[in-house]
Design a protein around this ligand. Sequence first.
Ligand code: UDP
Length: 247
Amino acid sequence: MQKLYEGKAKAVYTTSEEGVLVQRFKDSATAFNAEKKAEFGGKGELNNRIAGIVFRYLADRGIPSHYIETPNTRDMRIRAVEIIQIEVVARNIVAGSLSKRTGLDEGVRLSAPIVEFYYKDDDLGDPMITDDHIRILNLATEDELATLRRMALEINEHLIELWKKCGLDLVDFKLEFGRVDGKILLADEISPDTQRLWDADGNRMDKDVFRRDLADLVETYSRVHAQLIAAYPEYDFGTLPEAPAER
Ligand code: UDP
């Protein structure tokens, strides 16, 4: 297998099957555009399991994604897509950059979800862009843009329900999408790296524990996973084979 790409939290490999790739979840975490970096034993497996559960939950509710299956503890088999170079963020509660940009306090509940778009470019620090940038700079067509917004809002509704049953509030999250055969599929991952989840006491149950040195990351992600499989045992992967050391 050939490594196609290696990012901060995942690496993507080719397979012998046409149109199928494997994304391997790594144990590293980064924050602040990779200025802060650390290794966390167990993080890769937890995010692989959490993302696999979330993709299957969404598939059962009509959201198409690149997810195929979870063959082992670290790997996810996915459909090869052409990644759209836009990060789509949806927000229900003020946090992070929205608080910085507007001066609103973290924790203020929005009267309706906000959808934002960022240009996916690490060297530029993923700057925020508008609908006009997307259309006129040809990052996506008008139709695709409408689909991204509609899917982000639908996914938001499903994720709010999913996490509510786990006792967690969905604050905000980031999505990526890809094109294949003229269709748009949800891609990348959905995990505590890419969402903010708060428990009933306001504890951060996501990557903010690492960004802000609030708590142990692996313990926090383990609790999220445990709450997820307690609420949705039908999606638990149970025992998975160990991932091969080298791909
Ligand atoms: N997010 C992400 N990757 C990014 C930027 C943001 O997964 O490159 C997620 C982040 O975890 C949060 C949401 O998108 O759930 C909104 O992030 P925000 O814009 O507040 O930026 P941050 O505070 O993370 O810099």
